[in-house]
Structure formats: C-alpha cells, structure tokens
Design a protein around this ligand. Structure first.
Ligand code: AQP
Length: 323
C-alpha cells in the first residue's frame, strides 16, 4: 500500500484527514504501508524554500499526530529518495506527448509548467518503485492510476516483466469534504481561507469557520443534492461522531441550522483536540522527526534502489564499474 500527500498549505486540512490520513492510520495493521511527503510534487507550486523545508518536517508531526505510526509503516520524504525522479525520467521516455496531454488535471488548470504537465508520470514512478498493489486514491486521481498501469504494462512488454500493476484501493469510498464557503468545490490546502478547516486550527477558529459555513435555503437538516452546504456539514458530523447520516437527519428534524452548526463545530473541535495536543509534543522534537524521516528514507531506498537497479539494467544503462 502506498500513498503520498503534498506538504503544502498551513497544515493539512479536514478533507485530507477525512479522505486520506484517517484511512492510512487504519490500514497499517493489515498492510505493508509506505506513506510519503510529496515534496517534489509540492515544487510544482514553487513554494518559498524555507517554507517548504519547514512544512515538510511539520507535516511529519501532523501525520504522526493523526495516527500514522512509523514503527509499523515507512514514512519518508520523496525528496530523500532520488530514485523517484530517476524512474520518473525513464517512464517519461515511454509516455506519449498526446497521452500526457489528455490528463484532465493539466487541462483543467489551463496549462502551466512542464512539472505540472509531467507530474502524473512522477506519480507513476512513486507507485511502481514500491510494487504497490493497492493505492488509495480519490476519483480525481483515477486517470493517473490508469496511466500508471499503462506505463507498467508498456515497460513490461518492452523490457520484460518488471512492474506489478497497481489497483485502486478497494476499501471504503472516501468522503469528499467541500469548502465551507463554497460547497461546489472541494476543501483544499491551496485555497485555504475561511472555507478551510486546518487540522491545527484552535477551537475558537474552528467554531467560527463552521458557524459561518454557507448553508442552503430552507431549515431542514437533510442530505440532498439541492443542499450541498448542509450535506457537507452532515458528512463532517457523521465522520466526527461515527453516526450514520439518517440517524443524524432524524436527530435534527425540526431543529434548524443554529443547533446543528454548533454541534458540528463541537464535534470537529473534539475530533482534532488530541491531534493538536500530540502535534505540539511532536513538533517540539525536531531531532525525533528528522530521525523518523531518516529511518523512513533508509527503508524506502532499500526497496527503491533494488527496483531501480533492475530497471536500469533492463533499459540498457551501463552499470558503473565497481572500484
Ligand atoms: N476535500 C477533500 N475531501 C476528501 N479528501 C481530500 N483530499 C484532499 N482534499 C480532500 C485527499 O487528501 C490527499 C492529499 O492530497 P494532496 O495533498 O497530495 O493533494 P490534493 O488532493 O490536491 O489535496 P489538497 O488539500 O487540495 O492540496 P493542494 O491544494 O496542495 O493541491 C489525497 O488522497 C486527496 O484525495
């Protein structure tokens, strides 16, 4: 099992927790997991160097605070394993220009850098290096996983069986959390603002953001397509309390939005209180966080260099003479 997250934004946001990291935490018992901070992918946004460095270390503390356990999983920074970039180049040489141009994320953004254009190929390298069988992805990444499978198949038929074909993780479908101010789009680190709940927001800020969330006309607390704002808050409440949507709809029948929003705010505050507490302890110990990353990189490189040695040989790169 392999998954990555970009160390962008102020911290991770509620959607990252709901759609990704809480599942990572629960997968660790039955799977051999590799979780990485996609700092090479973060470079696509050309962040301030000092900020990216700081954010990468901070992101480790956040993942651990949310339940990722470096004793059971390999946690590393992508930039510490240069094999990602090298395999990305090799796979790029097998990727058609037209094929890469069809990736909707690039088209949706209306162009950008070569990095943005080729990042699905780097993503393919991220996955194939570790022979990941299962990759938990959101719907927006499905096309990239297809590209990964195509590239693996192409490589295998040209150079001999090398890569295993990854599948989308068939676990629980991840809920999509929407921006609180604009429920027509997903909550996102790069959008931020008052529609985004950061995992490290203090209780007052969380309450303020939830209480000023956009709701819909009417008074009924029900999940429906016509009520994207209320549906989003119900989803959040359901995740935070573990209660199913129909049960929540029933509990708020005839109560109106005021009580409902106050309860959603309290539930999110309660959900993230232990994360904030644990994060504060972890982030104060830079030495420990660096050690986690160093151990993770060593374990990841063990797997990645072995795969890359095979790949280099198969494509015909001359091995350096040992002295
Ligand atoms: N709103 C969301 N609801 C559910 N899941 C979400 N994810 C992101 N937003 C939501 C999941 O979080 C993981 C991390 O992805 P990423 O950081 O590599 O990039 P992203 O998907 O583009 O997430 P953001 O927060 O929107 O980051 P930026 O703004 O930096 O691009 C993924 O598994 C994603 O599905």
């Amino acid at each position: 099992m392999l998954s990555g997250i970009r160390p962008t934004g102020e911290s991770f946001q509620l959607g990252n927790y709901v759609g990704a990291v809480r599942h990572w935490a629960s997968m660790q018992d039955e799977n051999e997991c590799f979780f990485f901070l996609a700092d090479l992918h973060a470079l696509i946004d050309t962040p301030e160097p000092q900020r990216l460095r700081g954010r990468t270390r901070q992101a480790v503390a956040e993942l651990l605070a949310m339940g990722v356990d470096p004793e059971r999983s390999t946690v590393f920074a992508q930039g510490h394993v240069p094999e990602h970039a090298e395999l990305g180049w090799i796979l790029g040489c097998l990727t058609g220009f037209g094929e890469a141009s069809r990736m909707t994320q690039f088209k949706d953004k209306g162009g950008g850098t070569v990095g943005l254009f080729t990042y699905p190929v780097l993503q393919a390298a991220d996955i194939l290096l570790y022979s990941a069988d299962a990759v938990p992805i959101g719907e927006d990444q499905r096309q990239h996983l297809e590209l990964t499978r195509d590239l693996a198949q192409r490589f295998n038929s040209r150079y001999g069986d090398t890569f295993s074909l990854p599948a989308a993780y068939a676990g629980r479908a991840g809920e999509r959390i929407k921006d609180l101010r604009d429920p027509s789009r997903k909550m996102s680190k790069s959008i931020g603002g008052s529609g985004t709940v950061w995992v490290l927001d203090d209780p007052k800020t969380i309450t303020k953001k939830v209480k000023s969330a956009v709701t819909d006309t009417g008074r009924e607390v029900v999940a429906s397509e016509e009520k994207p704002g209320v549906t989003n808050l119900l989803t959040i409440l359901s995740v935070a309390t573990g209660k199913a949507l129909p049960e929540l709809e029933q509990a708020y029948a005839g109560k109106g939005y005021g009580d409902f929003k106050a309860d959603v705010a309290d539930a999110v505050v309660e959900l993230f209180a232990p994360v904030r507490e644990r994060y504060a302890e972890l982030v104060a110990d830079e030495g420990y966080l660096d050690e986690v990353l160093a151990d993770g990189a060593a374990a990841a490189r063990g797997v990645a260099t072995s795969m890359l040695t095979t790949v280099r040989d198969r494509v015909g790169l001359l091995a350096p003479r040992r002295t």
